[in-house]
Design a protein around this ligand. Structure first.
Ligand SMILES: Nc1nc2nc(S)n(CCO)c2c(=O)[nH]1
Length: 161
C-alpha cells in the first residue's frame, strides 16, 4: 500500500444539522481503508464568508492520514458530500456540507479543480481558527498557522464548548 500522507481538511455547513453532517462525513472518510481521521478540532460558529446574506456556518478542521493520492482524496471527499445529499448549487451559497483539502503533506498542486494548499485558506479565519487548534505549528507559505490566524480578522469566530 502507498505511503501515509498527513492531510488537513476544512469542513463546514450552514444548512440542516451541520454538526451531524460533518460528523457523518468524517466517519465516511475514516471508514475507507485508505484513510484515518487522526484529529478533529472543536466546533466553531463562524460568520458567512463570501456571500453574507446566509446563515452562520459551523466549521471544523480535521487531520487525516491517507494513502490516497490528492485527486483520489478529492474524489472521496466529493463522494462523502454526495452521500450527505450535498447538491453543489450557487458558488459560495448555503450548503449542507463542504469539505476542502487545505494542505496535503508538503505538496504544491495547481491543477484544474485541485489547488493545494487551498488558495483562500490564509485569508479565512473560519479555516485558520479550527486549524490552529489542532496544528498551530503547521507551516503554510513559510509562516505557522498560529501566525496566520493572528494576521486575519477573526471577529465573530466562536469556539463552541
Ligand atoms: N464562515 C464560513 N463561510 C463560508 N463561505 C463559504 S463559500 N464556505 C464554504 C467553504 O468554502 C464557508 C464556510 O465553511 N464557513
Amino acid at each position: 500500500p502507498g505511503q501515509n500522507n498527513t492531510v488537513y481538511l476544512s469542513l463546514g455547513g450552514n444548512l440542516g444539522d451541520p454538526a451531524q453532517s460533518m460528523g457523518a462525513a468524517l466517519r465516511i472518510l475514516d471508514a475507507d481503508d485508505s484513510t484515518r481521521v487522526v484529529a478533529v478540532s472543536s466546533l466553531y460558529r463562524t460568520p458567512p464568508w463570501g456571500k453574507l446574506d446566509q446563515p452562520d456556518f459551523l466549521n471544523v478542521a480535521a487531520e487525516i492520514s491517507t494513502t490516497l493520492a490528492p485527486r483520489a482524496l478529492l474524489a472521496l471527499c466529493l463522494d462523502a458530500e454526495r452521500k450527505l445529499k450535498r447538491v453543489r448549487e450557487e458558488r459560495w451559497g448555503p450548503r449542507l456540507i463542504d469539505i476542502d483539502i487545505l494542505v496535503y503533506g508538503k505538496r504544491i498542486i495547481h491543477e484544474t479543480g485541485l489547488e493545494v494548499p487551498h488558495p483562500r485558506m490564509l485569508e479565512r479565519a473560519f479555516v485558520l481558527a479550527p486549524l490552529a487548534e489542532i496544528a498551530p505549528g503547521l507551516a503554510v507559505g513559510g509562516r505557522s498557522v498560529a501566525e496566520r490566524l493572528n494576521a486575519v480578522d477573526a471577529a465573530g469566530i466562536e469556539r463552541l464548548p
